[in-house]
Design a protein around this ligand. Structure first.
Ligand code: UT7
Length: 322
């Protein structure tokens, strides 16, 4: 039986840090409000001339190093992003070129904050179907370019960054072997107007700015997240007790903690990076994964639960053995 195994991970954060106090000098907000309502203390902001594909390429190189592989070993590049370098071509082909690859296939996935979970599931399906052998799955964002920096209800929430994993097809029948165990993806377009960009090539001919009804997103988030996770538990026989790590999308500490509590996941199993990264949309999960791998928390054989929810709405969960 074919499985898709994570064989490496890496991440990249732009050098510039924007603190809550910096933001309080730009809009009517405070460190106290941001920390209390979101758990965010700072976020990274890409430099002028630094594009999503640059962030993605740095993260990809680190993931390849971690996997002891080279771009020659990869035959699929998927970039999950809401902030592509250009309307087209895909940011993934820019990454492919920056990695020096002229072989394989590269494309983007657009599922906003759920993009990494959608990308990982797509790569898993392609690997299992024999369409590729080793994939780079990257979440990369320059959300700072999509923000209205005069809107305090959104500009304090997001940040830039990238994270990547290398996923490899492996064969074998061992039920305890590493690999993706289950994935569950959902979307419901009736909620399009709750989190969106007010522009696009086909509608306004502009990029637009991110707009969000935060309270409405919040109201739906915990229920949607816990539903797909319970489905993944049912599919695998896993439970809150048997997983080792919960690596949720990092949008708001209150959503993360409420979801963990509702599912009965012990506090020490929850990986939290929102304080230092803010909400980096599709990059948040691979960034958090990379942090927890490099600090020695996530180890080979650990069962890891990933979850995301975002614009669309889209939401999903992936359960895997590291
Ligand atoms: O990754 C995609 C998914 N996105 C999310 O998961 C985000 C989900 N939503 C949230 O995280 C929260 O709803 C927010 C953090 C966006 C907002 O928190 P909240 O507790 O829902 O606050 P609120 O929107 O109800 O606002 C409370 C008050 C309002 O003032 P009034 O009307 O009570 O006078 C806002 O105008 O806080 C005010 N406010 C602010 N005050 C200081 C809104 N933004 C700010 C701000 N600084 N930055």
């Amino acid at each position: 039986m074919a499985r898709s195994v994570v064989v490496g991970s890496g991440s990249y954060l732009p050098a510039r840090i924007l603190t809550n106090d910096d933001l309080a000098r730009m809009v009517d907000t405070s460190d106290e409000w941001i920390v209390q309502r979101t758990g965010i203390r700072q976020r990274h902001i890409a430099a002028e001339g630094e594009f999503t594909s640059d962030l993605a390429t740095h993260a990809a190189r680190r993931a390849l190093e971690n996997a002891r592989l080279t771009p020659d070993d990869i035959d699929l590049v998927i970039v999950a992003t809401t902030t592509p370098d250009q309307t087209f071509p895909a940011t993934a082909v820019a990454v492919q070129t920056k990695l020096g690859m002229t072989h394989g296939a590269a494309f983007d996935i657009q599922a906003v904050c759920s993009g990494f979970v959608f990308g990982l599931t797509t790569a898993d399906s392609m690997l299992k179907a024999g369409l590729a052998r080793r994939a780079l799955v990257i979440g990369a964002e320059t959300m700072s370019r999509l923000l209205d920096w005069t809107d305090r209800t959104t500009c304090v929430l997001f940040g830039d960054g990238a994270g990547a994993v290398v996923l490899a097809r492996e064969e074998g029948d061992d039920p305890n072997a590493s690999g993706i165990l289950a994935a569950r993806l959902r979307s419901d377009g009736r909620h399009q107007d709750k989190l969106y960009a007010d522009g696009g090539p086909s509608s306004t001919g502009t990029v637009g700015h991110l707009r969000m009804e935060g309270k409405e997103v919040f109201r739906h988030a915990v229920g949607m997240i816990t539903d797909v996770i319970e489905d993944s538990f049912a599919l695998t026989g896993m439970s809150a007790a048997t997983i080792d790590w919960f690596v949720p999308h990092q949008a708001n500490i209150r959503i993360i903690d409420a979801s963990a509590k509702k599912l009965g996941i012990a506090d020490e199993k929850v990986v939290r990076t929102v304080a230092l990264h803010g909400n980096t949309s599709a990059a948040s999960i691979p960034l958090a994964l990379s942090v927890a791998v490099s600090d020695g928390r996530i180890r080979k054989g650990d069962v890891v639960l990933l979850e995301a929810m975002g614009g669309g709405f889209t939401w999903g969960a992936v359960l895997l053995r590291w």
